[in-house]
Design a protein around this ligand. Structure first.
Ligand code: ATP
Length: 336
């Protein structure tokens, strides 16, 4: 089976071909063209314009790399920015019709977690999705990924990016915070976990205030200190909820997904927590953590095998598509 995946929920105009018969190292070809805002954060209209400019080329490159004909077209139906999703949805429908193959509508957040589950070979892991626009902990039960805990306000990456915009650093901010944090020391910032949910807005305001204190001539925390402390608190919050989810579900497997998962400190904390409780931890390679069409093609193939394709007239995108809305067709034999 050879599936073309197309991703375009926010910044990554990406196309991939997954060949289920190829050897592991050649199985997924991914071509991505990233949108880089000139200033500020991601602007939905500009990002959608980037999609319409870049998608034809990345698709052409992926198709050229495919070793034979395509059997299905899978695309991100949501969640994401409406203008981007609509542009990419239109491209996917047109391609499926031109190639005369089935269309598969993939939930982007379920793709973020499924790629790790499949690569790890874990049975029924708890999944932490730490991405730009989202942050949630999921567990599988009776045919759906249940949201066990989630952000009460912004996504974790977006929260970090808001702080770095305030500092004047270019988008995306996450890697710059990781770099600066290496030279920082702890300064007090809020830590907000309520039950199984977490909140990032208060900590971001406090981080901006701490940064402004020094900038305005105070002798407070340096920007490195703020970056260090942001990472420590935000990632400890995610780790705490992930640990409680392992405890509540009785699972001893944790999978990480999403672009913030590229952060070495987050992975270190999660790995340590898992080691301490005798659980196993898996984080995919960075190319499968950040937004990418590879994960769309891989889950798309599972869905095709399960007969979970979609008619063009029913394939409208959904900017608020939650992972727990998805009927998990491809794990039919698993009732855990
Ligand atoms: P979503 O998957 O929710 O739609 P998204 O489209 O923003 O999110 P992702 O690629 O999953 O895309 O994540 C991008 C986010 O990851 C950005 O907010 C970016 O700052 C953050 N990020 C990237 N690298 C790092 C890093 N090393 N440390 C922390 N955050 C990072």
């Amino acid at each position: 089976l050879r599936v073309l995946g197309i991703e375009g929920t926010a910044w990554a105009a990406s196309a991939a071909v997954y060949d289920t018969d190829a050897s592991d190292s050649d199985a997924v070809f991914i071509e991505t063209d990233a949108y880089q805002p000139e200033s500020g954060g991601i602007h939905p209209r500009e990002a959608a314009e980037h999609m319409s400019d870049a998608i034809p080329e990345v698709v052409e490159t992926a198709l050229a790399a495919a070793d034979g004909e395509i059997d299905a077209v899978a695309f991100s139906r949501g969640p994401g920015l409406g203008p981007c999703l609509r542009t990419v949805g239109t491209a996917a429908r047109a391609l499926a019709q031109t190639l005369d193959v089935p269309l598969v509508g993939v939930n982007h957040m379920v793709a973020h977690l499924e790629i790790g589950r499949q690569q790890s070979g874990f049975d029924s892991p708890v999944c932490l999705n730490a991405s730009g626009a989202n942050a949630h902990v999921l567990g599988y039960r009776n045919g759906r990924y249940r949201v066990l805990g989630e952000t009460m306000d912004t996504g974790v990456g977006n929260a970090i990016d808001k702080f770095t915009r305030h500092v004047g650093w270019s988008h995306p901010g996450g890697p710059k915070v990781e770099e600066a944090a290496r030279d920082g020391e702890y300064t007090e910032l809020p830590y907000v976990v309520k039950g199984m949910d977490f909140s990032f807005s208060g900590i971001m305001s406090a981080a901006k205030d701490a940064y402004d204190g020094r900038r305005n001539g105070g002798d407070g925390a340096t920007v490195e200190d703020v970056c260090f402390s942001l990472q420590e608190n935000v990632f400890a919050m995610l780790t705490e909820v992930a640990e409680r989810a392992l405890s509540l579900t009785g699972s001893d497997e944790l999978v990480l997904g999403g672009g913030v998962g590229q952060n070495a400190r987050l992975r270190e904390m999660l790995r340590e927590m898992c080691d301490q409780r005798g659980a196993e931890f898996y984080a995919p390679d960075p190319r499968f953590l950040r937004d990418n069409a590879g994960m769309i093609a891989v889950l798309g193939a599972e869905m095709v095998r399960a007969g979970d394709t979609i008619a063009v007239e029913e394939s409208a995108v959904d900017p608020n598509f939650r992972p727990d809305q998805v009927d998990v067709s491809w794990r039919g034999d698993d009732e855990s």
